[in-house]
Design a protein. Structure first.
Length: 195
């Protein structure tokens, strides 16, 4: 799986990104968030959970078990690396990647925090009740259907959860200032729970 690993000097924690459908490690939005986290001393890993060939099949994009399994491999890889293995670990998921991040978090005691941006946590299914990592759900205020799906998912979770609705934002947070709000919320959540 190709990826972009960034480890700033004196990194305090590590965040692995799970991208959503029609996205990759080159996603401008996730790279923007990763760059901002890096400036705050947080190491990041952006990786493609599907090969180019796999990504052309829409079923794979919604195969949460497949995506979560790949996230699990990434978690293991990070834990085995000298520069990242000792850092507290968080996951950042967008769209369907949020469900993959939550399933991976449910399967790993090493994941200490999760952030979902415009995510579909409902697609994590039964894994939701097994997530132990504190989870922040960020949704655009104009993304009404996804707000409802996030509320339903949050009601099923037993860990610490928070739903943050960004006013004036649509699903992709393309409106001025909305992605900056995502950065602020994410950075604060990871700092609080990863140290």
């Amino acid at each position: 799986m190709p990826g972009l690993l960034r480890v700033p000097a004196n990194a305090s924690c590590m965040v692995a990104f799970a991208h959503g459908s029609d996205s990759s490690r080159l996603s401008p939005r996730n790279n923007y968030v990763a760059d901002a986290l890096g400036e705050a001393g947080i190491a990041t890993l952006l990786l493609d959970l599907l090969t180019k060939g796999e990504a052309t099949n829409r079923r794979n994009v919604f195969d949460i078990a497949l995506l979560a399994g790949r996230m699990g491999l990434a978690i293991d890889w990070l834990l085995e690396r000298g520069e990242t293995g000792q850092l507290p670990l968080g996951l950042f998921g967008a769209s369907t990647g949020a469900a993959a991040a939550l399933v991976a978090a449910a399967a790993s005691s090493q994941v200490a925090a999760v952030v979902s941006r415009g995510g579909r946590p409902d697609l994590a299914g039964e894994a939701l009740v097994q997530v132990r990592a504190p989870t922040l759900l960020i949704v655009g205020g104009l993304d009404l259907e996804v707000i409802a799906l996030n509320r339903q998912a949050q009601a099923r979770m037993h860990c610490e959860t928070e739903l943050s609705i960004v006013p004036g934002a649509t699903h992709l947070f393309e409106e001025p200032g909305t992605l900056e709000t995502v950065v602020d919320l994410s950075r604060d959540w990871f700092r609080r729970h990863l140290g």
